[in-house]
Design a protein around this ligand. Structure first.
Ligand SMILES: Nc1ncnc2c1ncn2[C@@H]1O[C@H](COP(=O)(O)OP(=O)(O)OP(=O)(O)O)[C@@H](O)[C@H]1O
Length: 615
């Protein structure tokens, strides 16, 4: 049989969709009509009229003929794939995005807005948070799923298609041969059937714009997952600047400084100064260091990258690599930077300034790190050395717009080389709550959102000390009514007295927010201010952290009058407790015991120490 004839027959059958004439005809019947043994060339012009007939003819092809047909088909296939590939380059626009890259987030969000994955028939589902990649699924909330609990992501090696501005477009997630065996690098490949590169650019810009618009109310938080990669762990609602209560001017100082820095690239370049800015927030735990950084990140629209120097498997190289993998604009937050030093970040270089001073017989710094050789030789917690940390911090300047925040509760543990201007330029001490902070905390706690935004309470501590000038007689009456007749247990806070829901014999109290129903009593703005003044006059300044005061108010979430009534007993109880065991911070940030805080409270300390090392 002529191979060309066979091929022609196959093609014509495919084209015409010819089926066996008689559906009942069986292979055995066919083979009876055209015996397999019949030489195919016996009737050269005979065209097989049915599939069994064709099969029979094919089976009768000899090896040489088969080889010719095979070679012909393979040749055609190669030709076609060559054409397809070159046509692919010519006719398609292609862009690849590394799966872990932020740009993938843009594309994933853009795709999810077009419902590509909501209608796909094969999809990967994950409850892991992928930035804004999470697809919202209509009706999901009704089924008890909260928004953000589910992500749709494209299955591996599966192609999804859609139309973009009238052009056919495909999406595919693929593994590459890069990365480790266990974690190969994955890419998202996007192809548009077009020769106009502007189309790709406009898609990218569109995706970025949509993503940024959707991100306006959130900040992304990343942590160093392994020694050399960042992992997205959360998208958090932006924390309003006004929700962080510090003494007047402090937050504004840092925020304006950071804003000014971000706009000063040329200024730095013109003067040959490395373009970097670092802030060190130190002092009392629960005083608002982390809160302040989060609210500033929200205000500046920057993501936060959190790094712990005590992370296992971290060494100088991986630290450098982590820094190098930071995006151009972001906040790097090194939390509890002292922890690494306590655990023995190896001091393998000498601080030249200190050496100079030591030579002169003077210590530059008397912290525990000092020039103490013993300390330097402590066993390493991990492979990080001080020079590695310093080099990494200096490397932050390599890209524009990176801001460093470091926090610590133990200022004195930090090495002077770290504190030098150019690395950590502005040092801000956070103390226990001042009267101003206590009053503002109370006021914002019990006022509505609108009142918080509109109210401009600029009263000073003197005003608080001046008594209850602003308190109305109405409020006084209500307070007296709240305190009620003496019940022989005046020291027991009302929150505890009210906790009668526990089974008999169970000695429990709410330490956080008490559950229960009810509403905030109706209080005018002036009444809340009067109560806030009263609260601030009861709480001794610099005796409690803001977190502690917030915890106290949480127990009185809807009972401001009782919060005031119980405050003296609560303060007395806490001070008694703290007198035994608690600690406070002295001016240098060193943990010094409860008496330290009393000394600070007595006015022996500045409210907030700002050390602008660059000036
Ligand atoms: N100045 C503040 N204004 C408003 N809330 C505050 C303030 N300080 C602390 N809080 C509240 O207390 C809690 C703990 O605050 P935060 O984590 O910011 O303290 P921190 O100083 O970073 O503590 P640590 O040193 O232990 O990390 C948060 O819920 C925060 O809302």
């Amino acid at each position: 049989m002529d191979p060309a004839l066979v091929l022609k027959t196959v093609l014509s059958m495919i084209q015409s969709g010819t089926l066996p004439e008689d559906g009942a005809s069986t292979p055995s019947q066919s083979s009876a009509t055209v015996p397999p043994s019949a030489p195919i060339g016996a009737h050269p012009d005979a065209t097989p009229s049915s599939l069994p007939e064709l099969l029979a003819k094919l089976l009768s092809i000899n090896a040489t003929q088969l080889l010719v047909i095979g070679a012909f088909v393979e040749g055609l296939r190669r030709l076609f794939s060559m054409f397809w590939e070159s046509a692919g380059d010519d006719l398609w626009l292609t862009a690849s995005f590394e799966w872990d890259d932020d740009t993938t987030d843009w594309i994933m969000y853009w795709l999810s807005r077009r419902g590509v994955f909501n209608t796909a028939r094969s999809i990967e589902v994950s409850n892991y948070c992928y930035g804004l990649k999470t697809s919202t699924i209509e009706g999901l909330e009704d089924d008890g799923w909260e928004d953000g609990q589910m992500s749709f992501i494209p299955s591996l090696s599966k192609t999804y298609s859609l139309w973009y501005r009238g052009r056919y477009m495909t999406i595919r997630r693929e593994k590459t041969d890069r990365g480790s065996y266990y974690r190969p690098v994955q890419v998202l490949q996007l192809r548009i059937f077009s020769r106009d590169p502007r189309l790709l650019r406009s898609l990218l810009l569109e995706a970025r714009r949509e993503y940024q618009e959707a991100s306006q109310h959130v900040i992304n938080v990343y942590v160093a997952e392994s020694a050399d990669r960042w992992k997205h762990v959360a998208k958090q609602e932006k924390r309003p600047i006004s929700s962080v209560i510090l003494d007047p001017g402090v937050l504004e100082l840092v925020l304006n400084d950071a804003k000014d820095f971000l706009h000063s690239k040329k200024w730095y370049a013109d003067r040959g100064i490395p373009f970097r800015r670092g802030y060190l927030l130190y002092g009392a735990p629960g005083a608002g260091k982390t809160s302040m950084i989060h609210s500033i990140a929200g205000e500046l629209g920057l993501s936060i990258y959190i790094l712990s120097l005590t992370m296992m498997a971290l060494d100088d190289n991986s630290l450098k690599s982590l820094i190098a993998h930071l995006p151009q604009s972001c906040i790097l937050l090194i939390e509890d930077i002292d922890a690494a030093f306590h655990r023995g970040v190896k001091r393998d270089i000498q601080d030249p300034e200190k050496e100079a001073k030591s030579a002169g017989g003077k210590e530059a710094h008397t912290g525990p790190q000092g020039d103490d050789g013993e300390k330097m030789k402590q066993p390493l917690y991990n492979g990080v050395t001080l020079s590695g940390v310093l080099n990494a911090l200096d490397g932050i300047a390599a890209q524009e717009g990176r801001i460093l925040f470091a926090t610590t509760n133990d200022y004195s543990a930090l090495d002077p080389a770290l504190l030098r201007p150019g690395r950590l330029d502005l040092h801000i001490e956070f103390q226990l709550a001042s009267q101003y902070q206590a009053r503002e905390l109370f006021r914002r706690f019990y006022t509505t959102d609108d009142d918080v935004a509109s109210s401009d309470m600029t009263a000073t501590d003197e005003k608080v000390d001046s008594g209850y000038a602003s308190s109305s007689s109405d409020i006084e009456d209500r307070l007296v009514a709240t305190q009620g007749p003496a019940d022989g247990d005046a020291t027991l806070p009302a929150s505890q007295k009210a906790s009668t829901a526990f089974p008999e014999g169970v000695q429990s109290v709410y330490v956080g927010m008490e559950r229960g129903s009810g509403h905030l009593p109706s209080l005018s703005k002036e009444e809340v201010i009067a109560l806030a003044d009263r609260f601030a006059s009861i709480v001794p300044p610099r005796a409690f952290s803001m977190a502690t005061l917030q915890g106290y108010l949480m127990a009185y979430k809807i009972r401001p009058l009782e919060a005031i009534a119980d405050a003296p007993a609560w303060v007395a109880g806490r001070q008694q407790e703290k007198g035994k065991s608690a600690v406070a911070l002295d001016r240098s940030g060193k943990l010094a015991g409860e008496k330290g805080s009393a000394a600070i409270a007595s006015g022996d300390a500045t409210q907030l120490s700002l050390v602008d090392c660059s000036s």
